[in-house]
Design a protein around this ligand. Sequence first.
Ligand SMILES: [Zn+2]
Ligand SMILES: [Zn+2]
Length: 138
Amino acid sequence: MCGAVSFVARNLRHDFGVCHCKMCQRWAGSALVAITVPAADVDWVGLEHVGKIQSSDWAERAWCNTCGSGLWYRMTTQGDDKDDYEIPLGIFDDANGLEFTREIFTDRKPDSFAFAGDHERLTEAETLSRFGITVDGA
Ligand SMILES: [Zn+2]
Ligand SMILES: [Zn+2]
């Protein structure tokens, strides 16, 4: 939002997803709408302005220290998507022309709204199993 942090993403995929997990709701204000970008395909500028938190045993979240904009969610320790960035669609200059392909943690979504369209919908259990995440004691 303030421009202290910027990025360039290459080889951008055309599909994106939505996460309804409670942590994304708390972090993003509602569902997190994001596109996956492999670490090798993104260059961040202004990293000295980035704050990060290890938000779970397997992932971190980052934001701009100057304005608070969310910058990424990233798997750090396990899973098929390890080290990929999940970058919110809202911080791309142009997020047009993409395809909405998947919603995850659908059983955590508030019942007062729903995204329309024909795409994959995974519950929490289906999501954890799909991405190879093991939650101890959960
Ligand atoms: Zn989430
Ligand atoms: Zn900022």
